[in-house]
Design a protein around this ligand. Structure first.
Ligand code: SF4
Length: 251
């Protein structure tokens, strides 16, 4: 489904972050067309006056690069996460290029940047990213199975496209990581084998949004994937087969 896009202007784009290791966040869009069923960012609807289903709208902050430039002139240096409550490389970014322009500004001011996305569109900006001194790019890859991806992340890019993007970034010498979160039904040995060669580090997180997704697990006969002991076993099989030195389990 193509989302309804609305162009808006904002007075602030660089916001303080409570995420460990991130001093700031930049979110060039409100809403996310990837429409993941477990999305934690749906609370943004309350703050932005949206009543439509999550995934059906995207507000485009058309003055984001100019506002960012103004704010960075006065900001204390610190790592900027791109993005925290939207995917900065969702499809509308191909048209608006706001994330790209924000990266250019961040590069100019030499702020460290941490990108996290599900989209291979991030590879479009490798020319900017590869010139940054302090930068990492994470691909969220929650499963190796595209049937599972279609159930939980219906409008997000396919698994293979994300792994291919990870490979391209790694081969360009860019620091990469994979966020396996929330961990979805998968073959852990297969996923580990596919991402290991290209991921500098790995973060693993459990499904923390069971109230949003329990029905989906049940309807698809995936209930065992909600069992904590079963997931512990999957995580230990993942760890055994991942070659990255730095593997962190969030919870
Ligand atoms: S990609 Fe992230 S922000 Fe977008 S819908 Fe999925 S979980 Fe939410």
């Amino acid at each position: 489904m193509k989302p309804q896009t609305n162009e808006i202007t904002v007075r602030s784009i660089l916001t303080k972050s409570g995420i460990p290791g991130m001093k700031y966040c930049v979110n060039p869009y409100v809403g996310c067309a990837h429409a993941c069923l477990y999305c934690y960012a749906t609370f943004m609807k309350r703050f932005t006056g949206h009543h439509e289903p999550w995934g059906s709208f995207v507000d485009v902050k058309i003055n984001a690069p100019e506002v960012l430039r103004r704010q960075l002139k006065r900001a204390e240096r610190g790592t900027v996460m791109v993005s925290s409550v939207t995917d900065a490389y969702q499809a509308v970014e191909a048209r608006y290029k706001l994330t790209r322009k924000c990266l250019e500004v961040l590069s100019l001011f030499k702020f460290p940047v941490s990108i996290l996305t599900k989209s291979p569109l991030v590879t479009r900006d490798m020319d900017i990213i590869s010139k940054m001194d302090e930068v990492e790019v994470g691909l969220t890859i929650t499963t190796d199975d595209d049937r599972t991806r279609k159930i939980f992340e219906p409008s997000a890019p396919p698994v293979a496209a994300r792994i291919d993007a990870l490979k391209k970034l790694h081969q360009a010498g860019i620091n990469t990581y994979v966020f396996i979160g929330p961990l979805l039904p998968m073959d852990p040995e297969s996923l580990a084998k596919q991402i290991s060669p290209y991921a500098g580090s790995i973060l693993i997180d459990r499904m923390n949004y069971v109230s949003k997704t329990e029905r989906v697990y049940k309807n698809n006969r995936l209930e065992k994937w909600l069992d904590a002991d079963f997931i512990d076993d999957i995580i230990s099989r993942l760890k055994k087969n991942l070659s990255a030195n730095d593997i962190s389990i969030i919870c």
